[in-house]
Design a protein around this ligand. Structure first.
Ligand code: ZN
Length: 92
């Protein structure tokens, strides 16, 4: 932990989180299961805010999926050269 993020915003965040869950009827916006987590669409690290418009309710598996995806993307960007296996364009 190198930097404190908006000191003292925890209570506010909990409040926003609860509002987001209520807005989405406690349902995961991806799969419709019961939502238990709230995700930042635009991550705070990349300038996203705690506004409701930037929040979405997710279930644990979907949240884990997104987190993994974001981590993978970040890793790809950092490495730059690693490519995923592609389908042979010449084979139909
Ligand atoms: Zn889900």
């Amino acid at each position: 932990m190198s930097r404190a993020w908006q000191g003292g915003s925890t209570r506010q965040w909990r409040n926003q989180r609860a509002k987001a869950l209520r807005r989405d009827n406690n349902r995961c916006v991806e799969c419709g299961e019961k939502a238990t987590e709230v995700d930042h669409i635009n991550h705070r690290a990349s300038g996203g805010t705690d506004e409701l418009a930037n929040l979405r309710s997710l279930c644990t598996p979907c949240h884990a999926h997104y987190t993994r995806q974001q981590t993978t993307q970040a890793g790809k960007l950092r490495r730059g050269t690693k490519r995923q296996r592609e389908k042979h364009p010449g084979l139909i």
